[in-house]
Design a protein around this ligand. Sequence first.
Ligand SMILES: Cc1ncc(COP(=O)(O)O)c(C=O)c1O
Length: 369
Amino acid sequence: MRVPLVDLRAAHTEIADEVELGFKRVLATSSFIGGEEVSAFEREYAACCALPHCVGVANGTDALELALRAVGVRAGAEVILPANTFVATAEAVARIGATPVLVDCDPRTHLLDVEAALAAVTNNTAAIVPVHLYGQLAPVERLASAGVPVVEDAAQCQGATRYGRTAGSWGLAATSFYPGKNLGAYGDAGAVVTTDPTIAGKVRAMANHGSVAKYRHEVIGWNSRLDALQAVVLRTKLTRLARWNLARRAAAARYHAILEPVDVVRPIVLDGNEHVWHLYVIRIPGDGTPHRRDRVLARLAAAGITAGVHYPVPVHRVPAFTHLGYPAGALPHAEAAASEVLSLPLYPHITPRQQEFVVDTLAAALAQT
Ligand SMILES: Cc1ncc(COP(=O)(O)O)c(C=O)c1O
């Protein structure tokens, strides 16, 4: 039996006819950039987040950069973010010419350590970026006391809530619709969602050559627009997001139950969170190096199971960011997580049989390593 990390083909099979009809609509109008499909998606995604504004952009990294620029982050400023994240979070900060200030993660949830983030605030801090990793929100409400803008990285949490609120409802959030996300396009796509019409206007102008109306360029912008074909896919999938997230939740509960007797650390859900299980991340107890985890990964792969590692290197140890000067050991929880985390296959269409096969194979691999 083969079990992929994510099965995009199964999702496509479910929606293929609807997507084709939508593509035909776009082809009939030749409205490839912007137009009614994009506007409709923006309205529908804003409604899904219970927020007044959504601006579709080209990808999640641009969404983060645009959101940071919109709240006034400029070259030379500091932006606080977790070391345990995808490198794009830091990239968006660095592309502005601002300095990423990396903080450790909570060792149980792997989310931003809020106390460490608050302690890192200086007079030069322009924003904090909590990352809602693996499908659950970080305790974003506790960052308000910092008195600086909070830009949520919501790439991995479409449909998740914290105390009933979605990412973006504390101010603004940037999201990615990379194909493997809970709401994924058929290419690159992203969005900024916000409560603030001024922020939404700034993002929209910057993402469209700095123009507020045709040929009126008020600021130097760039081209980061969502295209209509991606909007068709996203609209089609959005009608299924709640159901697919429920299926993910059921699959996560199944893993939780059948992993009980297995010697791994299972993920936990923070109080107040509705988790949408973008990833099911366990920890393989090791010796401080990734060797045991990597041997388990190899044994799973040999049995036809693709597991993942999110993420194998914390941002401060990634070559592109070593110039920031954090030594090994500086952020110990993020470094320990990088050696031990392993993401099991999880997607809405995974079957109980596939999950049992994954856990049986995992248990056998652990016994042999
Ligand atoms: C946490 C996080 N932030 C940012 C991004 C960047 O999104 P994109 O790949 O759409 O630029 C991703 C997605 O890959 C992500 O997982």
